[in-house]
Design a protein around this ligand. Sequence first.
Ligand SMILES: [Ca+2]
Ligand SMILES: [Ca+2]
Length: 109
Amino acid sequence: MPRFAAKRAGIGEQEVIMRTIVTLLLAVVSWSVTADDRAEFNRRAAAADMTAFRQLDLNGDGRLTQDEAKHDLNFGPRFGDIDINRDGILTPEEMRRYIEQTYGVSASA
Ligand SMILES: [Ca+2]
Ligand SMILES: [Ca+2]
């Protein structure tokens, strides 16, 4: 009888340990899914910004002026944040730095 009780207690402990492991695994899985979602979001946002940069460049000189960007409701308001040297022109280099700082991904321009 004591052996039986001990065995039962042993199974109970194993069950607790298993439940703990499963709980931890689920936590790790849900955390990594969140991290993947965040990384995927950042990649898409970076790609969207680079696409907008190219599309808004109406005269095709590879740079964006405030005039070219001002009508874009997504890009226009951020112009000042991207324009690091405040000369009113966004260069591909400023775009890359903004994307790296904002999204933590390297941009391909
Ligand atoms: Ca331009
Ligand atoms: Ca600039």
